[in-house]
Design a protein around this ligand. Sequence first.
Ligand code: CMX
Length: 133
Amino acid sequence: MKILKVDHIGIAVKSIDEARKLYEQLLGLHYEGSETVEEQKTTTAFFPAGDTEVELLESTSPDGPVAKFIEKKGEGIHHIAFRVENLEEALEELKKQGVRLIDEKPRIGAGGAKIAFLHPKSTFGVLVELCER
Ligand code: CMX
């Protein structure tokens, strides 16, 4: 498999409106817009930073995964996403090597990207997303 770059870093926040003040006004990043991924009960907001992006994540519902994450661990880094050349191939290869996958098959994330999560039990506690776009 080939990792091309860190595609984005996902940060769980209670309110994108509150958090974007830091990223836009204080850090001077450009706000690229928001998108709700209904199936994952999550609203995302992207801020390009050099060759990668910051992705703020806000739950659309108190029982969504991002709300549950904040309840358990507080606001903070939720996942790191690596862009790969071929997601299906990467998943196949990792599975063969014994890496536990949350998603055996790609699903659709923000911006229409194909994404899949690896299980944090196999990745030293960090939620790793692989994406292809
Ligand atoms: N960091 C560390 N561990 C995490 C975690 C995180 N962010 N999220 C979940 N886990 C852990 C859970 O505690 C659980 O551990 P145990 O098995 O020890 O209990 C394990 O991972 C599996 O989590 P789960 O919630 O039981 O599993 P689900 O399959 O229901 O959901 C996941 C997993 C990662 C898909 C979901 O929790 C999630 O975060 N969904 C939101 C994804 C998201 O951010 N979508 C927005 C767009 C994505 C994009 O385009 O970038």
